[in-house]
Write a protein that binds this ligand. Structure first.
Ligand SMILES: Cc1ncc(COP(=O)(O)O)c(C=O)c1O
Length: 373
C-alpha cells in the first residue's frame, strides 16, 4: 500500500493551498461544456429519500441501452450494471475476477497509474505490454494461466483505437481459454477515426465493457458509469456492488439519464477543434512524432530532448505555473511526455500551448526543484 495520492490529486491539493499564484490549470482531460446543459434542479421524489435498486434505476438502464445501441452495440437491459463511475466499475470487476481465481492483469501500456494500483490492490498482478505484443505475450509466457486482459480504446493517454483484428484475436482467446477481457471505453464518444469503431461481443461471458458519464458527457461530478457484461456476471457483480456500496445515488442516475438524452455533440466538436489547434501548433516543431491519434480527449506531447527530464511536469508547475500531468501519472511510459487536454475553451488551450512552448525553450536552464513528488 503506497498511501500516496496520484500526481494529479497532489497537484490539485498544491494549487488549492497556494491560491496567491496565478496557475494555468490543464490537469483534467474532461471536456468542458461551453454552456452547461440545463438539468432538473429538483430531483423527482422519492430519489433522495430511498435507496435505488442495486443494479441501477430502470430509467438510466433503459437510457444506457439506447445509447449503446446507437453506437452499434446490441445491449439487453440484463447486461447493464450502473456503477459509481468507471474507476469503481473497474475495481468491482477486478475484485470479482480475483475472487474467480484470476491473478494476472495483462495491461495495454501505458496505463493510468491509478488503474495499475487498483489492479494490484485487487490482488491482480499488472503485467504491461504494448498492444503489438499483446497476443504474443498471452500465447507465450502466460499461456495456460488464468489471465485477465485490460485494454482502453480510445486510449488514455495516446488516443489510439484498437483495431478489429486484435479485438477478434482477444475475444477468440476468451472463448477458448481462461481469459477475461476488460474493455475500458470511457472515451468512446471521442473516436475521430473514419473507420468503424471496434466491435465487442457484449453479453459474451468473460467480456466486460466499462463506460462512464465523466468524459463522454463531461460530467465527472455525477460519479456515474456502467458495466456491460453477460447477465450472469451482471447478477454476480450486482451482489458485490450491493455489499460494497448498496446502490448508486438515484439523484445522480436521474441526472445522468437526462444528460444522455441531451447528448454530447458540443463536447465532441470542441475536442475536434482542440485537435486541429494542437496539430497546427506541433507542426512548428521539428519533431515528426504524432501528438494525437484517432481518439481521446487529450494530446500526448513528447517533451523535446533538450528539455526532457523525469520531473518535467513538476518543473512546469513550479517554474511556469502550468499545472498538468505527464509520464509520471502512467505506468509503462518510455520517455518524457506531457498530457494536454483538448476539450477546454480554445483561448485557454492557446494559452496552455504558449506557456508550454516557452517552457520547452527555457527548460534547459536549471530551475529550483520542488519538494513535492
Ligand atoms: C482510462 C480511464 N478509465 C477510467 C477512468 C475513470 O473514470 P470515472 O470518472 O468514470 O471513474 C479514467 C479517468 O481519467 C480514465 O482515463
Amino acid at each position: 500500500v503506497t498511501g500516496r495520492l496520484s500526481p494529479l490529486q497532489q497537484r490539485l491539493n498544491w494549487v488549492e493551498t497556494h491560491p496567491g499564484r496565478e496557475w494555468v490549470l490543464a490537469l483534467e482531460n474532461v471536456p468542458q461544456w461551453d454552456t452547461w446543459p440545463v438539468l432538473p434542479t429538483a430531483p423527482p421524489d422519492p430519489l433522495v429519500w430511498t435507496y435505488s435498486n442495486s443494479r441501477g434505476t430502470h430509467e438510466l438502464i433503459t437510457r444506457v441501452c439506447e445509447r449503446e445501441r446507437a453506437t452499434g452495440r446490441i445491449v439487453e437491459s440484463a447486461s447493464v450494471l450502473i456503477t459509481h463511475g468507471a474507476m469503481f466499475a473497474l475495481g468491482v470487476i477486478f475484485r470479482h475476477l480475483n475472487a474467480l481465481g484470476f491473478r494476472t492483469l495483462l495491461c495495454q501500456a501505458p496505463v493510468l497509474g491509478s488503474i495499475h494500483e487498483l489492479a494490484s490492490a485487487s490482488g491482480l498482478r499488472p503485467t504491461l505490454t504494448s498492444v503489438e505484443d499483446m497476443i504474443q505475450v498471452l500465447d507465450g509466457p502466460l499461456e495456460g494461466a488464468t489471465v485477465a486482459v485490460y485494454v482502453n480504446t480510445p486510449h488514455n493517454p495516446t488516443g489510439s483505437v484498437l483495431d478489429q483484428a486484435l479485438v477478434d484475436a482477444l475475444v477468440t482467446r476468451v472463448g477458448q481459454r481462461n481469459v477475461a477481457l476488460v474493455v475500458d471505453s470511457v472515451y468512446d464518444g471521442f473516436n475521430f477515426s473514419p473507420d468503424a469503431a471496434p466491435r465487442f461481443p457484449v453479453g459474451t461471458p468473460g467480456v466486460f465493457l466499462v463506460n462512464s458519464m465523466s468524459k463522454n458527457y463531461g460530467a465527472p461530478g455525477l460519479r456515474v458509469g456502467w458495466i456491460l457484461a453477460d447477465p450472469r456476471s451482471v447478477a454476480e457483480l450486482t451482489a458485490r456492488l450491493e455489499y460494497e456500496t448498496i446502490a448508486v445515488s438515484g439523484v445522480s442516475q436521474h441526472l445522468a439519464a437526462e444528460l444522455i438524452r441531451h447528448g454530447n455533440g458540443p463536447l465532441v466538436d470542441r475536442v475536434s477543434g482542440g485537435r486541429r489547434l494542437i496539430v497546427d501548433w506541433w507542426a512548428g516543431f521539428d519533431d515528426d512524432r504524432p501528438v494525437v491519434a484517432e481518439g481521446g480527449t487529450q494530446a500526448w506531447v513528447p517533451v523535446p530532448d533538450s528539455a526532457a527530464d523525469s520531473d518535467f511536469t513538476d518543473l512546469l508547475m513550479h517554474a511556469f505555473g502550468l499545472v498538468l500531468v505527464g509520464s509520471e501519472s502512467y505506468a509503462g511510459v518510455t520517455g518524457s511526455y506531457v498530457r494536454v487536454p483538448l476539450g477546454c475553451p480554445v483561448d485557454h488551450l492557446r494559452h496552455v500551448l504558449d506557456v508550454l512552448e516557452k517552457s520547452f525553450a527555457r527548460a534547459a536552464v536549471s530551475v529550483g526543484r520542488s519538494d513535492i513528488r
